[in-house]
Design a protein around this ligand. Structure first.
Ligand SMILES: Nc1ncnc2c1ncn2[C@@H]1O[C@H](COP(=O)(O)OP(=O)(O)OP(=O)(O)O)[C@@H](O)[C@H]1O
Length: 534
């Protein structure tokens, strides 16, 4: 890699360098290159983001074919791309006559340069972004939906910010690729000075007449490309260090509405929630949920069959009660949660939340399907899954923001919840600056601050060490009082301390059941198991 660069550097006429770089033709070519590369990168972002999202999230059959098509320009010689574009947009091409009727002429114009650059650079953005989206997965999006976030809000507030580093690297790579584009541009746009002659074309021309200018311009292109790529390359330093992180932090702090300073936030909520009652934000307390918490009413009622996972379960939770869902590994407890939370369609069954039907499926056909963010069901998993790009305070405020509270009101409420779970001193930290126990406290506050009708806790204490467990258990015990909740656990202490009832999901696989990998039965224990060993 270095040797050819060295070879070029030794040929640079350093004394004449400024004069060579500032000639009229060089400056025109450089400005045209930067301008077109910038527009092409914007076009790559506009086309590449949805494409990457589809490739990362869609599970259709033609996915492989679609990915191959998107990646094709990476392996095609650019001149082939140029010919393809010419026979599509050129005067005699597929769309040429129709475009001419509209008075649009694309081939051999600056627009053609932009199209050629976009054609070859798009895969760089898509590949970077798709990889990042797949790595992040859907776990944060599922949490966001449980907190009441609409798909659009989730896209802008969770998915894209989480993929921002990859988006930046992908955009920079695309920009760099646009800077160097030659073959497709020459074929489709030609080489007209000031219109389509970009820097690579200028270098090629100068090579014939003035090799010193060609070498000087090549050096300039190397420097620009190196700058772009190095600024966007993933940092191997500690998270939060480095130029990019510094730039992001500076931008965050420069926008006062986005981040309150450490001293501001506690002052903002001074005097809030001084009692040990679980705080309910005043703007959220009148959502009608109080009536659904009347004793004896159904808080959650689920009858679920997921044939492909061999799970069948019936679960009923009185409003304001906590039920422990227990059973051996693989019996289908998390599957039941996924159906109730709206993350999985059952093969048959129905789910009612607070007396409202949210799922009805009969014979594999969904007759009623309320999307996850409209169910009022929040899921808390083994790991805290705090949104890594938000501060602790904004994590907890997220659910309230989804319900339409102003940023200030949501942060006030969030601070009160953090105080409730004993985590207010971490409010301005980032999730990666918390221990497992601290993160789990914050996750509890985040779920409860969203005021869901039903809280689903999937082994919330299992990732904690033995010292943190009793502490978090007692926090849970306090905050789950009067809430409709289901907790999956393998720990007898959790059952004894947290649950009003126990539902046992059992495997009843037998010789006769061949074809079903297993099924669940339910055996509700009588109320009063509290303080007993199950
Ligand atoms: N994404 C998936 N796709 C297909 N099958 C799955 C998937 N996740 C789980 N299963 C299967 O569904 C069945 C129930 O799994 P589930 O995770 O619901 O069990 P569980 O009772 O929660 O287990 P554990 O106590 O180990 O968490 C298992 O046979 C499992 O292999």
């Amino acid at each position: 890699m270095l040797l050819p660069l060295l070879g070029m550097l030794l040929r640079v006429d350093w004394a004449r360098l400024p004069e060579l770089l500032t000639s009229q033709a060089s400056v025109t070519a450089l400005l045209l290159t930067l301008r077109t590369a910038f527009v092409s990168t914007l076009l790559c972002l506009a086309l590449g983001c949805p494409l990457a999202l589809v490739l990362a999230r869609w599970q259709g059959r033609c996915l492989g074919l679609l990915r191959s098509l998107v990646l094709l320009p990476l392996v095609l010689p650019p001149v082939v791309g140029g010919i393809a574009l010419l026979y599509t947009f050129g005067r005699m091409g597929l769309l040429g006559p129709s475009l001419r009727v509209l008075g649009v002429d694309i081939a051999f114009t600056t627009t053609a340069v932009v199209l050629a650059q976009t054609f070859v650079a798009l895969p760089f953005l898509v590949v970077s972004l798709e990889g990042a989206l797949r790595t992040v997965g859907t776990r944060y999006e599922e949490i966001a939906a449980g907190l009441g976030s609409s798909p659009t809000r989730t896209l802008w507030r969770i998915t894209l910010p989480l993929a921002a580093p990859a988006l930046l690297s992908g955009a920079a790579l695309s920009f760099a690729r646009c800077l160097g584009e030659f073959g497709a541009t020459l074929t489709f746009a030609g080489s007209l000075e000031g219109v389509t002659r970009t820097l690579p074309l200028e270098i090629y021309l100068q090579r014939e007449v003035d090799p010193d200018t060609a070498v000087a311009l090549s050096l300039l292109l190397v420097v620009v490309a190196l700058l772009v790529v190095s600024l966007s390359a993933p940092s191997r330093r500690r998270r939060g260090a480095g130029f990019r992180a510094g730039l992001f932090r500076w931008a965050r702090e420069a926008v006062p509405a986005r981040a309150a300073t450490r001293s501001e936030v506690p002052a903002e909520v001074a005097g809030e929630a001084t009692d040990r009652e679980a705080p309910r934000h005043p703007d959220l307390s009148s959502t009608g949920r109080a009536s659904s918490r009347a004793a004896g009413e159904a808080g959650l009622d689920a009858h679920v069959v997921v044939a492909e996972r061999g799970t069948a379960a019936e679960l009923s939770v009185e409003s304001g009660r906590t039920v422990a869902l227990i059973g051996p590994n693989g019996v289908g407890k998390s599957t039941v949660f996924a159906v109730v939370a709206g993350l999985l369609t059952p093969s048959a069954g129905r789910v009612r939340v607070g007396g409202r039907s949210v799922v009805v499926v009969a014979a594999d056909e969904r007759t009623l399907w309320v999307p996850a963010h409209k169910r009022g069901v929040a899921l808390m998993a083994q790991e805290a899954r705090l949104f890594p790009h938000l501060s602790v305070l904004d994590n907890v405020a997220f659910g309230m923001r989804c319900k339409g509270l102003s940023r200030t009101a949501a942060r006030k409420g969030a601070m009160a919840w953090l105080r409730e779970v004993g985590a207010e001193r971490f409010s301005q930290r980032r999730p990666d600056e918390l221990s497992g126990g601290q993160a789990q406290r914050v996750a509890i506050a985040r779920v409860l601050a969203a005021e869901p009708d039903v809280v689903l806790l999937d082994e919330p204490l299992s990732a904690l060490d033995v010292t943190a467990r009793p502490e978090i258990r007692s926090v849970l015990k306090r905050v789950l009082t009067d809430r409709t909740a289901v907790i999956i656990t393998h720990d007898a202490d959790d059952v004894a301390e947290l649950a009003d009832h126990v539902v046992r999901l059992e495997s009843v696989r037998s010789e006769q059941d061949e074809g079903m990998s297993g099924s669940g039965t339910v055996s509700p224990e009588p109320h009063g198991l509290r303080n007993q060993r199950p």
